[in-house]
Write a protein that binds this ligand. Structure first.
Ligand code: SF4
Ligand code: SF4
Length: 348
């Protein structure tokens, strides 16, 4: 238990990069910096000046106007990269793409990653599976506050290792005080379970009637047919309206560029899930879309050592999630709001 907590903190404190360091001598604050997530995808900042420089170079290369001492294959790769960047820069909202355009988009990002890093990723554009509607249940009496789910979520979803951004919160609450999050502690750092306390996890609840989706001014977030509420990171403008609208504190804004050491990058990705993100966009739980649409349980469900987490297809009458909803005394948070979360709590 203690080790799990330490593991998370060691992940979260691996590197401290001092961006304001102005020393021109080699120093640890600079040398420890690793490629951040977006750099690993595009190896470039996305401001217009850089983009225009890159695009201009691409055009010049394409027109044969740039002479180079590099090998032919290097120059071919540079041109290919420029072409990919050009298409990437002007791509549309994923929600409005045809299936072919979606596949072309993930193929482009996959190839781009390979050109930049020499490594391959497996990025999926898999859509919802017919007759599947995902739901999640959380057994309050089983959770012991170990935080294995948080560690697994961070690693699975390529979350920033420095800011300690977490999609899951585990709230430690004193028994007898009801489920009042304002009386709880989600930053506890001690041996668990603590005497006379219980633990309850929260994350995005993938509401059937999600207020976050309603307020997005650019349609960068929406509910898919299988019930997963997704975000197109490249269409999000970072206004944070959705964060304000969520009654469950389910959304996370990345104030800094997510950084994941190359060797820790989860290379099994989905465009709407754990692909490497840029700074200044909204993130959150996606029910591990890269896993669930592949027939697997989310990472947090797999990692929980007590079996407190259950995930499955609400449309399958034989699924565990259906059995729990039909046989346990389940409840959802803030039901009076009419948000219809697809996340139920229960006790043994
Ligand atoms: S932060 Fe992004 S997803 Fe959220 S409302 Fe604004 S544009 Fe939409
Ligand atoms: S379902 Fe996946 S993304 Fe959501 S909280 Fe669990 S591990 Fe994180």
């Amino acid at each position: 238990m203690g080790n799990n907590i330490k593991k998370w903190f060691s992940i979260g404190s691996k590197r401290v990069v001092n961006e304001s360091c102005d020393s021109d001598k080699p120093c640890s604050c600079k040398s420890e910096k690793t490629n951040d997530g977006f750099d690993q995808v595009l190896n470039a900042q996305t401001d217009r000046r850089n983009a225009i420089q890159k695009l201009t170079a691409g055009l010049l290369i394409g027109a044969g106007a740039v002479s180079s001492s590099c090998s032919v294959s290097k120059s071919d790769e540079a041109k290919e990269q420029s072409d990919l960047d050009w298409e990437e820069y002007f791509k549309g909202n994923y929600k409005l793409m045809t299936d072919e355009e979606k596949q072309n988009t993930v193929d482009r990002l996959t190839r781009s990653y390979e050109l930049r890093t020499g490594k391959k990723i497996n990025m999926s554009a898999a859509g919802p599976i017919d007759d599947v509607l995902y739901g999640y249940a959380f057994n309050i009496s089983k959770c012991q506050g170990y935080m294995d789910c948080i560690n697994a979520c961070v690693e699975e979803n390529n979350q920033d290792r420095e800011s300690q951004m977490q999609y899951i919160r585990i709230h430690e609450i004193e028994k007898g005080s009801g489920i009042e999050f304002k009386n709880g502690d989600d930053t506890y750092y001690h041996e668990v379970p603590a005497a006379n306390h219980f633990y309850i996890g929260t994350q995005c609840f993938h509401c059937d009637n999600p207020p976050c989706v309603e307020v997005c001014p650019v349609q960068a977030t929406w509910k898919e047919k299988d019930g997963i509420v997704v975000i197109d990171y490249d269409w999000c403008i970072g206004c944070r309206y959705c964060m304000a609208a969520c009654p469950y504190d389910g959304r996370r804004f990345n104030w800094k560029t997510p950084e994941v050491p190359e060797e820790e990058v989860n290379k099994n990705q989905h465009y709407l899930g754990n692909r490497l993100r840029k700074q200044g966009v909204m993130e959150k739980c996606t029910f591990c879309i890269q896993r669930s649409r592949n027939g697997k349980n989310p990472a947090c469900v797999e990692a929980c050592p007590t079996g407190a987490r259950v995930f499955g297809n609400l449309l399958d009458p034989n699924s565990d999630i259906r059995w729990i909803i039909e046989n346990k005394k389940v409840f959802r948070l803030k039901e009076e709001l009419g948000t219809e979360p697809k996340f139920w709590y229960y006790m043994d």
